[in-house]
Design a protein around this ligand. Structure first.
Ligand code: HPA
Length: 290
């Protein structure tokens, strides 16, 4: 599989995941024996947490079988294993997006790989536009639930019953226990943390103002171009998940100025240190065996 050229559009149905994950696991194991307890996916502008890892082993996406180099600006494209607050973790600095043309089965492989390497708990983070008018730029929001409007699923095609069920339940997909832990960590650090529903769209164009109004009406609090497929795949594979959105901008049309990726990255730079404190505390306060 290592020598196989990457075709990011090639469909990867669930039934193909076990063999692909085995190859990915072998490639990681050739670099490190560290068994992560927690997997963390870092969103646009939030990659700074990677600098906090002790004893990091960094693997560029392009050196993992079947993975392309990440292309979105602000996404470095590395899997990094190391320790955070003494806890072994796997960090994804940068992720694979649908809007890059990647198949849904590829988009979710990093999270499935983290599970395969030993993580039972996944933290998903992202940059998002604000739909809730109370959530201004810089708001950190714990994800209570999501709405998948990408029109895609990583579970299309023959299932791999050894990995997960055909019809996974998504009630309480975003672990109430971990949401409480995130809120407790925020209180302990004096970091404000809102809560809400994340809406995932395909992108890469930002929404129109009419779409922003519609998404608000559907019950969304923040909108972005990632996370929802990773959440579905992780739950399918039995992993416990939680997530944090950084609202980097008001929803399109709400601020009167055009949206830009630079604005998203600048908000990430501003909120990065708060995000790092929140996640560090969350990890430090995980009970042994969590
Ligand atoms: N919309 C979608 N994705 C985003 C946004 C937005 O306004 N901001 C950051 N990611």
């Amino acid at each position: 599989m290592n020598a196989q050229p990457v075709d990011p559009c090639q469909p990867i149905p669930p039934v193909d995941q076990p063999a692909r994950l085995a190859a990915l696991e072998a490639a990681v194991r050739a670099r490190t024996g560290l068994r992560p307890a927690v997997g963390i996916v870092l969103g646009s502008g939030l990659g700074g947490l990677a600098d906090e890892l002790v004893g990091p082993v960094s693997i560029p996406f392009s050196e993992l079988p079947g993975w392309p180099a990440a292309t979105a600006p602000g996404h470095a494209g590395r899997l990094i294993l190391g320790r955070l607050e003494g806890v072994p973790v796997a960090l994804l600095q940068g992720r694979l997006h649908l809007y890059e043309g990647h198949d849904p089965g590829l988009v979710v492989q990093p999270v499935l790989l983290m599970g395969r390497l030993g993580a039972s708990l996944i933290v998903l983070s992202n940059a998002a536009g604000g739909l809730n008018p109370a959530f201004g730029p810089g708001t950190l929001m714990v994800i209570e639930d999501h709405i998948n409007l990408t029109g895609r699923t990583p579970l299309l095609g023959p299932n791999a019953d050894e990995l997960g069920p055909r019809f996974p339940d998504l009630t309480n997909a975003w672990s109430p226990r971990l949401r409480d832990r995130l809120r407790a960590a925020a209180r302990a650090e004096g970091v404000e943390l809102a809560s809400g529903v994340y809406v995932g769209l395909l992108g890469p164009a930002y929404e129109t103002p009419a779409e922003v109004r519609m998404l608000r009406g559907l019950g969304g609090d923040a909108v972005g171009m990632s996370t929802v497929l990773e959440a579905i795949a992780a739950r399918w594979a039995g992993l416990e998940i939680c997530g944090v959105s950084l609202v980097t901008n008001a929803g399109a049309g709400d601020s009167g100025t055009p949206l830009s990726h630079e604005e998203v990255l600048a908000a990430g730079a501003e909120a990065g240190p708060r995000f790092v404190r929140l996640i560090r505390r969350f990890i430090a306060d995980l009970a042994p065996g969590d």
